[in-house]
Design a protein around this ligand. Sequence first.
Ligand SMILES: Nc1c(NC[C@H](O)[C@H](O)[C@H](O)CO)[nH]c(=O)[nH]c1=O
Ligand SMILES: CC(=O)[C@@H](O)COP(=O)(O)O
Length: 164
Amino acid sequence: MATENKNLSQYNKAELPSVAGKKFAIVTSEWNNHITFNLRDGAKDTLVDLGASIEDIELYQVPGSFELVYGADKIAKAKPELDGIIVIGCVIRGATAHFDYVCEGVTQGIKDLNIKHEMPIIFCVLTDENEQQSIDRSGGKHGNKGVEAGVAAVMMADFKSKLG
Ligand SMILES: Nc1c(NC[C@H](O)[C@H](O)[C@H](O)CO)[nH]c(=O)[nH]c1=O
Ligand SMILES: CC(=O)[C@@H](O)COP(=O)(O)O
């Protein structure tokens, strides 16, 4: 279902597992940080709302979305006890093909890390045609994809705990 047809910030707390005692990291790109910091806060607040302690949520920053792959890989290696990592970025199309290569690189890179590591790595990277689309999806009229990422992290941490 397209985002325009669904608000991304609505979840039913009673239908989701608690993540009390579970540990997460959020790594956020500083490019477009007027967008990415809203996404980060949405994800963090959702994890806390669903039972995580703020002390169990580690925050990291990298320059751009392309560096999310390196950052998440380093965190996963250094912190194998984590129950999940959320990567947050906002890529907005410019005048050249660079958008396509950044989006492809970070998408494939994060996919590869999910195969490489034991913990789920949640993809919260906006790939938008213009800034308004990003604004609409980071606390605007279409909700906050950071909240969606927080819910996904909770569900995947529960999935992981059931399989060991
Ligand atoms: N144009 C955007 C970028 N570009 C920077 C790259 O992500 C990367 O930091 C650079 O190529 C150096 O390796 N990054 C974003 O996150 N969003 C953009 O719109
Ligand atoms: C996604 C990008 O790297 C892009 O914003 C850069 O802009 P441009 O393609 O005009 O150089």
